[in-house]
Design a protein around this ligand. Structure first.
Ligand code: AHR
Length: 307
């Protein structure tokens, strides 16, 4: 793919002459806070000016921020789309203005891939696969029904869509697994708690909670404890992210398995920005490397966990 078509004028720009506009999703989770911190740190280290906006999980705010970056004539726009759909018009405006766009963390579903230069972030379907694989393994020796509650991320967001899809793909061949309820907790701790409270009432015999992120899983733990049950034992919990609070709950036995999603995208984003500004070719898709954690592995990893 070629970066040259759009952001072409900065071939010899020094880092201190580059201006980047970054439109963040919000501050909904520990993951997001770590991501924001890392992006700001990386641009500061690189000596590149970063204009930062927080959309408070609202697409219209992100669109406004992007339009304002276009008006200001920044060199590159980077953003983590809160939801997948509805970006074509504003991305076309950026393209018409000659400002290259880099997607970070979350994808858009635009069919016209020329609207952005690159997408840097996790493979969320793969994350859902890993969650499902652990579950299949965990219940390999039993034919009893396994009732699952799914706590979904923000409706319409790539990680919510893909983590649900990846998980379903793996468990679908074994009829003992049943998702008895699936609702959004909007990736927040409060959302996870509220949804779990309600769903435990209608599904008191649930065996497993699959949460699309740690924060909702941590909220679920509170709801489970308040219902007089033991998280990690009476109800097994699988989450995604592996932020410190999640890892602590895993080490404490309250979560059973975590699939890592890496928020430390700052240095890779800086690298892509520099290349785009220099008119170099960049990869259309850059996938971040990730692992998984059992309770024992969390105990080992916790002391060195950065976020
Ligand atoms: O897009 C990444 C997801 O967004 C993280 O898993 C979640 O915690 C965050 O809010």
């Amino acid at each position: 793919c070629s970066a040259g078509a759009s952001g072409g004028d900065g071939g010899d720009k020094a880092p201190e002459d580059i201006i980047v506009g970054f439109a963040q999703v919000g501050a909904e989770s520990g993951w997001r806070t770590a991501n924001t911190k890392d992006v700001k740190r990386a641009f500061e280290d690189a000596g590149i000016e970063l204009k930062f906006s927080d959309a408070q999980q609202k697409q219209e705010n992100q669109i406004k921020a992007i339009r304002s970056y276009i008006q200001q004539g920044v060199d590159v726009i980077a953003f983590s789309p809160v939801v997948e759909s509805g970006w074509d018009a504003v991305l076309q405006e950026a393209k018409d203005a000659g400002i290259p766009v880099i997607l970070t963390d979350r994808a858009v579903d635009s069919e016209d891939e020329s609207l952005y230069e690159s997408f840097l972030g996790s493979d969320f379907v793969e994350e859902g696969n890993k969650a499902g694989e652990w579950l299949v393994e965990e219940y390999a020796d039993s034919d009893d029904p396994v009732k699952i509650i799914q706590l979904e991320g923000t409706t319409g967001a790539a990680p919510a869509i893909d983590r649900a899809e990846g998980f379903a793909e793996i468990i679908k061949d074994e009829s003992k697994f049943e998702i008895v309820a699936s609702q959004t907790g909007d990736f927040t701790r409060a959302g996870g708690k509220q949804v779990t409270e309600a769903l435990l009432k209608s599904n008191p015999d649930v065996d497993v909670i699959y949460s699309h992120n740690d924060d909702m899983g941590l909220g679920a733990i509170e709801a489970i404890e308040e219902a007089g049950l033991v998280p990690g034992e009476d109800i097994k919990i699988i989450t995604v992210d592996a932020v410190k609070d999640g890892m602590q709950a895993l080490a404490d036995g309250k979560i059973n398995f975590i699939v890592e999603c890496n928020p430390l995208l700052g240095d890779q984003l800086v690298d892509l920005v520099k290349k785009v500004v220099a008119g170099e070719d960049i990869e259309k898709r850059v996938v971040t490397e990730e692992t998984t954690f059992t309770q024992e592995e969390a105990k080992e990893a916790l002391p060195d966990r950065q976020y």
